[in-house]
Each structure stands twice: as C-alpha cells, then as structure tokens.
Write a protein that binds this ligand. Structure first.
Ligand code: S3P
Length: 426
C-alpha cells in the first residue's frame, strides 16, 4: 500500500485560485514541495494571507481585483506552471509585476503565453520569447478583450493563463487546442460557479463572471504523475504487488495507464469517488513479466505528457520496439526530455534512439548499472532511480535530489515498498 503527494497541477491551481477568490479558502492535502513553493511565496506579496499547517493551506484574500503590486520580481524558480498561470492571474488583476525564474526556467518558451495575453489587451512583454516577463499596470476600468484563441500546441498552462486572464474580460473567451490537455482549471472554475462549456474535444468557452470568485474548499487528489514511478517500479520488479490509494484519475492524465496496459501490464483501477470535481480512486499494479513494445502517438502523448521518462524505463523491459512520436513538446520540459532521456538510457545499456519528435527503445534486455545525470529535471531523476531497481549493477543518479521538486517522500516511499535506495549526503 502506498500514498503519493497531492497533485502538482491541481495544487497550483487551488493555491492560485484561493488567492484570486475573495474570502477564506481551505485546501487539504496540497502539494508542499519545490514546485509549489514559489506559488505559495507569491501570495502574500499580492495581498493574500497564507497559513500552512502540514498539508492544509488556508488563504484569506481580498480577491484578485484588490491585489496589490508586488515589490520586486516574483521568483518562480524552476516552475513554469507558476510563471504561466501567474501571468494570466496578474493580467486579470491588472497590477504591474515582473516574473522571473532560475536559469533553467529562463530557457523555457514563454511567447506562447505572452502572445495570447497581448491579444487580450494585457500590457505584457517577454525577453526574446523568454522570462523575465514584464507586466505593466492596466486601468482597472478597462476590461480585457475576450475572443477565440487557437493554440498551435496543446498546453494546459497556456489555456489556463488565458482562462484566468479571461476572468477580467468583457466578453466570452474560447480556447481551442489540437489535443486534450489537462482540464483541472476548467473543473475548478466550474466548481466555483463560473460558466464554462465544452464545445467539443479540446474546445472550451468561458463566460466571465460579473461577481467575485467565492472561496474554495477542497481536498487535492494524489498525483498520478508521482504514482507513475511506483506503477512502473511494480510493473518491472518481480514479486511486486502495489496498491496506491486516493489517486486522481482525470482522463486527461491517465495516458500512462493506457500505454502500459497496451504493453500487457497488469494494472487495475477502481474509482472510489470525487474530490474537487476530479475522479479519484485506487490503482493496483502487479509485476508484469510479459511486456511487449508499443507505439505512443497522437492524443495519448498529451494524456501522458509528464510520464515519458518513466515510461521509457518500462519500455526497456518490454520485448520488441517501443516507439514514441508526435512528442516534440518533450524538448521544452524541465530538460530536453528526448535528448537527455535517450542519453541516460544509453548509458545504462538500453538500446534507445533519439528521433526529432520522440524516441525509440528496443527493449527486453532491461537495464545495466551506471552513472547518469538528472539535468535539473525532477521526473528524469525519479525515472532513473526506478531504472536502478532491477538493473544488473547499481545506478547512481547525479542531481537525484531533484525529486524534492514534486515528490518529497520519494525515497522513503520506495524504501517502504522494499527498494534499496540511498541518498548520498553532500
Ligand atoms: C501542466 C501542464 C503541462 C505539464 C506540466 C504541468 C499544468 O505543461 O507538462 O507539468 O499544470 O498545467 P504544458 O501546459 O506546457 O503542456
């Protein structure tokens, strides 16, 4: 039996919407980790009062229309979600602000969020398509423009920034995407009474509310993207049988389960209820000795966009070829997750090959030991640690402490399941 921390995406939205709402919000099982810390740190600087006790967060806010301008830049550190979602929220508030981050975050694409916000009338500039982002003050009597935004790449962060800015728009906001990106923002806004309709796959329309957003009261489901490491660990490790409780099962996030099942993995899912407008349940996984290679492409890529590093580890144990295509977006994550992943797998003796829009693994031989780098990428760090579970020699992950970004109890959780994993003291 295992538990995973609160969902990163839902936590980010809950923290931010609690500050955008007016009144006292309470969020349980919020993810307190490296990625959410910059979002939590930003709130008091905007005028909200934040109280965190364990994993329970209370936020008292005057609502985004009464936010004050933060003094000095907001440091989003490594978190693109913080930067992109805050850009949308600050645009709605109309306060001047500077959003900056780590050197890694400064390398990630920001024009994709700045361009639609500018089209809505937001006075925002990027720096050659990157952070820092500069927002100027906007006259609060002049609402933003709504309209229809067609995203060239499916991105929940960009969609969310547009919807959050749209809360201060004069007319409806429509977002169209080429694939089914995660819809947590839509679900949470709906639960707050905002009129949001789905007009078809990847097509949503929001009518901006006239009133303030009411406070939130919710419990964050466990993160399926963190559960992913335990799922693959169980799939590849002889004798395993692992049950993970209270995991978010939003269909825009469960692509990994479909891909692993297509490989022949023994996974059972049981829906147990709903939290925060999100389906939650239990996932039971057993060692799966007869994995076969598979192809992952199209919408399935979007539904498992954060899971490719650990999926590739499963592919190393699957007979035959596993192909990932339509996944160029992986090059714009915390690291270039095509190049860095393939490089690490090769170092561990896996027959892997980089493709412009994905990668290929000729599996079946498993993993050898070796020394690899996390490249500042939490999901690469954890996936490579999982790769070590059944390797023929020890696997050493340099920079492996990045797990603290999204899954602070990762080593302890694996140890409790029987893994031998140690963290070198530095
Ligand atoms: C996220 C959306 C995805 C995902 C990221 C979190 C979110 O990014 O990779 O980890 O919370 O909206 P994109 O929106 O860039 O696809």
């Amino acid at each position: 039996m295992a538990r995973v921390p609160g969902d990163k995406s839902i936590s980010h939205r809950a923290i931010l919407l609690a500050a955008m709402a007016r009144g006292r919000s309470r969020i349980e099982r919020v993810l307190v980790a490296g990625v959410t810390q910059p979002m939590l740190d930003a709130l008091p600087r905007l005028g909200a009062t934040v109280h965190l006790e364990g994993e329970t967060l209370t936020v008292e806010s005057p609502g985004f229309r009464a936010w004050r301008a933060p003094e000095g830049p907001i440091d989003c550190r490594h978190s693109a979600t913080t930067m992109r979602l805050l850009a949308g929220a600050l645009a709605a508030a109309g306060v001047p602000a500077v959003l900056d981050g780590s050197p890694g975050l400064r390398r990630r694409p920001m024009r994709r969020v700045v361009a639609p916000l500018q089209a809505m009338g937001v006075p925002i500039q990027d720096t050659d398509g990157h952070a820092p982002l500069y927002l100027q003050a906007r006259d609060p009597r002049r609402p933003l423009r709504g309209g229809r935004f067609s995203l060239p790449v499916a991105s929940a962060q960009v969609k969310s920034a547009i919807l959050l800015a749209g809360l201060a728009a004069a007319d409806p906001v429509e977002v169209l995407e080429p694939g089914p990106s995660r819809d947590h923002t839509e679900r949470m806004l709906r639960s707050l009474g905002v009129n949001l309709e789905g007009l078809g796959p990847g097509h949503v329309r929001m009518t901006p509310p006239k009133q303030d957003l009411p406070p939130l009261h919710l419990r964050v489901p466990g993160d399926i993207s963190s559960a992913a490491f335990l799922i693959v660990a169980a799939v590849i490790t002889p004798g395993s049988e692992v049950t993970i409780e209270h995991v978010g099962l939003n269909p825009t996030r469960t692509g990994l389960l479909d891909a692993l099942r297509a490989m022949g993995a023994r996974i059972e899912v049981e829906l147990t209820g709903e939290e925060a407008g999100e389906p939650v349940g239990r996932i039971r996984v057993q060692h799966s000795p007869n994995l076969q290679g598979t192809t992952v492409e199209g919408d399935l890529v979007v539904r498992m966009i954060d899971e490719f590093p650990v999926f590739a580890v499963a592919a190393a144990y699957a007979q035959g070829v596993t192909v990932v295509r339509d996944a160029t977006e992986l090059r714009h994550k915390e690291s270039d997750r095509i190049a860095r992943l393939v490089e690490a797998l090769q170092r561990l003796g896996v027959d892997a090959e980089e493709r412009p829009d994905g990668f290929l693994v000729r599996g079946g031989a498993g993993v050898e030991g070796g020394r690899v780098h996390a490249h500042g990428d939490h999901r690469l760090a954890m996936a490579l640690a999982v790769a070590g579970l059944n390797a023929t020699g020890p696997v050493e992950v340099l920079g492996g402490e990045m797990y603290r970004e999204s899954f602070p109890a990762f080593p302890q959780t694996l140890q409790a399941l029987g893994a031998r994993i140690t963290e070198a003291l530095r």
